[in-house]
Design a binder for this molecule. Structure first.
Ligand code: BGC
Length: 744
């Protein structure tokens, strides 16, 4: 059995950025990177806020980092004692950081060797899952001599920004409570933090001054080997939460300080236990897999926007500002299943974000001359597309390269329709459809309909000049994944239009919409979508059984991934685009045809699925963390558990193991990988356990990895929570009250 803790015993400044992600704590409202409290923006400290964005000058619009209420450091005998100062010294006797990923508690413990002896600083901290605005930290100080200690602490508003600074005004106050009231550049949002300290031993509390920090200090002389505890509490509120966030932050801080650290911690842990009740996956016989998988789920829980109705999950979660804090197809195609199966209310919120941003998607479609809804490739608030025309910088010329992700990855809209369909099917709850989902599906179908192309002498419809999931091949025709997903969008739209319940219901905005109220328009759309569904071209396997990823793929140069890599003149060179090393070859960035097969394994006979897996896997760089899980999932469906296993491990350890891409030139691009975490869950439950849903029944066809002697988990299906146990390929599926047993 696992102990639900990860630990690092070595202080290595080279790991500071990676550990910031690996040891992240979060509660959906804010994510706090796993950095030490004495760290500042140089060590990429971030209290990353969900759903608040800011733009400065020509820089990318990105999410805002709040002032850090966990800031603090020690001064012993008048010497500042910080770990970063000791990077190359010998002053640190012992050091570890630890994350309890069952309960989202981060602990650091460092014993510093100072002139007169050893002094240990141990602190445990969390941002509350019970009250998402609150954070608390308990610091214990113990010296083996009579140390003259000053512990400086407070709120650091000199935050880390990639394209900032985002705060135009920073008001700092340390009368009574510590407070920082900062105002963002673009929209003048207030981001307010208040902080309170508690200590129950004789000490002197003084104000301290440093630019853009609200600080105080606690001073005392230690008894030998006596432990001194200091508790601190902070609350963060913004203008998106309420009218006077600073007042709310103060009130909340006073209230939580009154309750005390231990009480808050208990409530926080209780909230986490509630989450694990139905989401934990128990794997007997393979602790490493159980740890990696549940650690992945920990990250998903930490970034789930449970507190809001209109937020989704960003591609790098709440680990910072990389990927502009934007929402990609990652959420619908990779992350959604975990929430659908364990906490459908969260799945609903994620999809509601898309329904709420329909107007942005319609606007984007109109800008490109299409009808309907073309969703943002990198979606920020209101559905604005944050993706730039030049997303990559050429390493040789240092010039921005024109990339077409935003213009051509039209498969994004199909992911939204797919998610609404899946939610409705899995939960049996059609409220999303009546709350704007039906309208969203129809608008997505209208978009694809307006993008269809037909040659005069042909009977089929095509989607040309697109980019599929594999971003290395830009502007191709008839990407199989895209066409197949568009076909599914037409199917969903037909289902909606044929159901009186949805068409007679008023749309979300309450406006009169043609297809809702006008029989003729509805009939016309139905005819169009049926025609499109029948005639959209879906690539077929060639004589060797291989489905071409797009038109002409078969005639590209057939070389290995290693050969393509060896052609790089610079390790940071971009593989795609007009002159990329992969562009003219069959080597692809990530699962593409295989993502199609993962979604629709029954489109072809199993032999074809297996042949395509073998063909494309060899030609895939896995240059995106979204790739391995799709290959693993399809391998499971083909009964290739052994092939699936390393790919599952790769997905489940994306944030646990070193080696993720962290820097592009001087720009930090690292962060957590929620899609990979969600993909690992899909592989475990839908792949190894073989869960799928048909005709109102749960089917379980396990193909567990060889060391997994028993697997136990829960799945929510049609408003009932079931417990699934698989042991020696015997399956039991029972509802949690043990009342009804569901025969698999
Ligand atoms: C991948 C996309 C993905 C994005 C965000 C890119 O590298 O190619 O498929 O949506 O990262 O995770």
């Amino acid at each position: 059995m696992i102990d639900w803790k990860i630990k690092d015993n070595l202080y290595n400044p080279d790991n500071v950025a990676w550990h910031g992600n690996k040891f992240l704590t979060g509660n959906g409202y804010m994510g706090v990177r796993g950095t030490l409290e004495e760290y500042t923006k140089e060590q990429l400290v971030a209290v990353n806020l969900a759903g608040m964005y800011d733009k400065v000058g020509d820089g990318w619009r990105e999410p805002v980092n709040a002032p850090n209420g966990f800031y603090g450091y020690l001064v012993v005998d008048d010497e500042i004692v910080k770990l970063q100062d000791n990077a190359e010294g010998v002053d640190c006797e012992e050091h570890y950081i630890e994350l309890d990923y069952r309960h989202g508690v981060f602990t650091r413990c460092t014993t510093f060797r100072v002139f007169r002896g050893n002094i240990t600083l141990k602190s445990s901290r969390f941002v509350s899952m019970d009250n998402v605005h609150a954070g608390a930290i308990k610091t214990e100080i113990c010296a083996d001599f009579h140390a003259d200690v000053k512990y400086v602490f407070g709120i650091d508003a000199d935050v880390w920004d990639i394209n900032g600074p985002h705060f135009d005004i920073i008001k700092v106050n340390n009368d009574g409570l510590l407070t920082v009231d900062a105002v963002t550049h673009e929209k003048n949002y207030n981001v307010s933090v208040a902080e309170e300290v508690k200590s129950d031993f004789p000490c002197e509390i003084k104000d301290e001054e440093e630019l853009n920090k609200a600080l105080k200090s606690v001073s005392f002389i230690t008894d030998v080997n006596k432990v001194y505890e200091i508790e601190r509490f902070f609350a963060v509120y913004t203008s998106l939460d309420c009218d006077r966030p600073i007042e709310k932050a103060k009130e909340d801080t006073a209230r939580i300080a009154e309750a005390g650290f231990d009480k808050l911690l208990d409530k926080h842990k209780e909230a986490w236990e509630k989450l694990w009740k139905y989401s934990e996956v128990i794997i007997e016989g393979d602790d490493k897999s159980m740890e990696a998988l549940n650690y992945s789920l920990y990250h998903l829980h930490s970034i789930a926007p449970r507190h809001a109705d209109n937020l989704s999950i960003a591609a790098r979660g709440l680990s910072g500002q990389t990927y502009k804090g934007a929402v990609f197809w990652d959420t619908e195609m990779f992350i959604l299943d975990f929430f659908l199966m364990t906490e459908p209310e969260v799945a609903k919120k994620l999809i509601k974000y898309r329904i709420d941003t329909l107007e942005g998607a319609k606007k984007k479609a109109a800008e490109y001359g299409y009808d309907g809804a073309f969703y943002a490739w990198e979606s920020q608030e209101g559905g604005v597309d944050a993706c730039s025309d030049y997303n990559v910088t050429d390493v040789f010329t240092k010039r921005p390269m024109r990339t077409y992700f935003k213009d051509k990855q039209i498969h994004i809209s199909s992911a939204i329709a797919y998610a609404i369909g899946k939610y409705t099917h899995m939960t049996g709850d059609d409220s999303l459809l009546t709350e704007g989902g039906a309208e969203t599906i129809i608008e997505c179908a209208k978009f694809y309909y307006s993008a269809l192309i037909k040659k005069v002498n042909s009977d089929r419809y095509e989607l040309r000049d697109v980019i599929g999931p594999d971003e290395y091949h830009e502007r191709v025709d008839n990407n199989g994944y895209t066409n197949r997903m568009a076909k599914n969008t037409f199917r969903l739209a037909i289902e909606v239009l044929e159901n009186e319940k949805y068409t007679s219901h008023s749309c979300k905005s309450g406006e009169q919409i043609d297809w809702l109220n006008n029989e003729n328009v509805r009939e016309q759309l139905l005819t169009q979508f049926k025609d499109a569904f029948d005639k959209i071209y879906i690539p077929k396997p060639d004589s060797d059984g291989i489905i071409p990823q797009f038109d002409g793929y078969e005639s590209l140069e057939d070389v290995t991934v290693e050969e393509v890599r060896s052609r790089l003149l610079d390790p940071k060179e971009y593989w795609g685009g007009a002159y990329g090393v992969a562009s003219h070859t069959k080597v692809i960035k990530q699962a593409d045809v295989v993502t199609w097969l993962a979604m629709y394994p029954h489109d072809f006979e199993m032999k074809i699925v297996e042949d395509n897996w073998n063909y494309y896997e060899k030609r895939t760089e896995h240059g995106s963390s979204l790739s391995a899980c799709m290959y693993a999932l399809v391998a499971c469906k083909c009964g290739m558990t052994e092939e699936a296993f390393p790919l599952f491990t790769k997905s489940a350890t994306a944030d646990l193991a070193p080696g993720g891409k962290e820097w592009a030139g001087l720009v930090y691009i690292g962060g957590t990988h929620p899609a990979s975490a969600g993909g690992a869950y899909m592989v475990a439950v839908e792949g190894f356990a073989g869960v799928d849903f048909k005709d109102g029944k749960i089917n379980v066809n396990p193909r567990l990895p060889k060391n997994w002697t028993k697997m136990t988990f829960h799945i929510s299906y049609r408003k009932t929570m079931y417990r699934v146990e698989i042991e020696d390929n015997n399956v039991t599926v029972k509802d949690v009250d043990d009342v009804n047993s569901m025969i698999a």
